[in-house]
Design a binder for this molecule. Structure first.
Ligand code: ZN
Length: 388
């Protein structure tokens, strides 16, 4: 078999299970039956089913090694890692009043998840998926738990270890997974939430570009999540300008995301000229996602996938790796992630009963409002980048 996709996956990532409650929040007597947490295992089981059905004959699955302590300490504080390991060994539980919690398997699952992202980055550098043709499949880290909210010193937003940040640091390291280390890494984060942990990891760095398009949800916890994801968080010191936030209004859909790529993501990444493009691919910008407020559909994700492919080919000699982030409506996550692969692989899949459509397409986009917000982001980032 000649593979087109390498999925970095291990069943140990299913063992992580956050506590039940009132949706993602702590339990309350007014909810009779505590609800399964939105980071439920069905999310990734559905993605696996989609890949098996749509691309099973061109997909290979590789079980990644757990990320080593050395790899983890490239991003995370040793004290935090010690705390996380001990908290899980003790049985886990919810972190105070936050929406983030774990069980006794979470630390191991998170290390496997981080290992998947690191392996995907090494794969992308050693064997770029477009330059070498079908002999070099696209690396896709099907990570659970997700990573982009995990900050160097704390868990946050269902995330414990920052998979994308760990992958970027591994790619830059001389003793990392690739034969030749990268000098510059770009991370494009299209998850509907701001990748605050990734931003925090590289806020003062000029060798890692972070571009995030997200709902304008702001800080959701004064202590655990101080970052706002605003256009004014542009990085500090040597990193000034290398954090590029694009907050979007509720209802942003396919056309808005396409405009974000046209006007900001593509010119900024092209100017940065990375050796590796990592995509924090959270497909929770869909119309039914209970944690998002946007309305991107399968065709919109198809376009984003195609844009990521072309961007990696044009700027990073094809070195592209996808790292799974959020996506919480379990069925829509399959349709949306199918769209991403259709775009990256430049093929469409006819699904019986659905064709090439997305059954969740039922809302209109407030295009004038979306354009106003993108105009504001362009005006802010013009100080650093050739955007217009
Ligand atoms: Zn998200």
């Amino acid at each position: 078999m000649t593979a087109d996709i390498t999925v970095y996956w291990d069943d140990r990532m299913l063992d992580h299970e956050p506590p039940r409650g009132a949706f993602k929040f702590p339990d309350t007597p007014i909810v009779a039956t505590p609800e399964v947490h939105p980071d439920r295992r069905e999310r990734v089981e559905n993605v696996r089913a989609m890949i098996d059905h749509a691309f099973g004959d061109v997909t290979e699955t590789v079980s990644p090694a757990r990320a080593s302590r050395t790899a983890l300490e490239r991003v995370h504080d040793p004290d935090y890692l010690d705390w996380l390991e001990a908290f899980c060994a003790d049985g886990g539980g919810r972190i105070e009043d936050t929406t983030t919690g774990m069980n006794e398997h979470t630390y191991d699952a998170a290390r496997v998840s981080a290992g998947a992202a690191i392996a995907a980055a090494g794969h992308a550098l050693d064997a770029p998926s477009s330059e070498s043709g079908p002999e070099s499949p696209l690396p896709y880290a099907l990570c659970r738990p997700s990573g982009h909210h995990a900050q160097p010193d704390r868990a946050d937003g269902f995330c414990f270890l920052n998979n994308a940040a760990l992958a970027a640091e591994a790619a830059l390291a001389d003793d990392g997974p690739a034969d030749v280390a990268a000098d510059r890494v770009a991370i494009v984060d299209w998850d509907v939430h701001h990748g605050n942990g990734t931003q925090e990891a590289f806020v003062d760095r000029e060798d890692v570009l972070f571009v995030s398009a997200h709902n304008d949800h702001g800080s959701w916890h004064p202590e655990y999540h101080p970052q706002e994801g605003s256009i004014d968080e542009v990085g500090t010191g040597d990193g000034e300008g290398y954090t590029v936030n694009v907050p979007l209004p509720p209802g942003t859909g396919n056309r808005g995301y396409e405009a974000v790529f046209d006007r900001i993501v593509e010119p900024v990444v092209a100017e940065f000229d990375p050796d590796l493009l990592l995509v924090s691919a959270g497909q929770d910008a869909g119309p039914a996602d209970m944690n998002g407020r946007n309305i991107a559909t399968r065709s919109g994700f198809r376009e984003m996938g195609a844009r990521a492919r072309r961007l990696a080919d044009g700027t990073a000699d094809g070195a592209l790796a996808l790292i799974q982030e959020g996506g919480y409506q379990p069925s829509h996550l399959s349709f949306a992630t199918l769209g991403v692969f259709e775009g990256v692989l430049d093929r469409t899949v006819e699904l019986e009963g659905y064709g090439t459509d997305d059954p969740f397409t039922f809302l209109d986009e407030p295009t004038d409002l979306v354009d106003e917000w993108i105009d504001e982001a362009v005006a802010r980032h013009r100080e650093y980048w050739p955007v217009e």
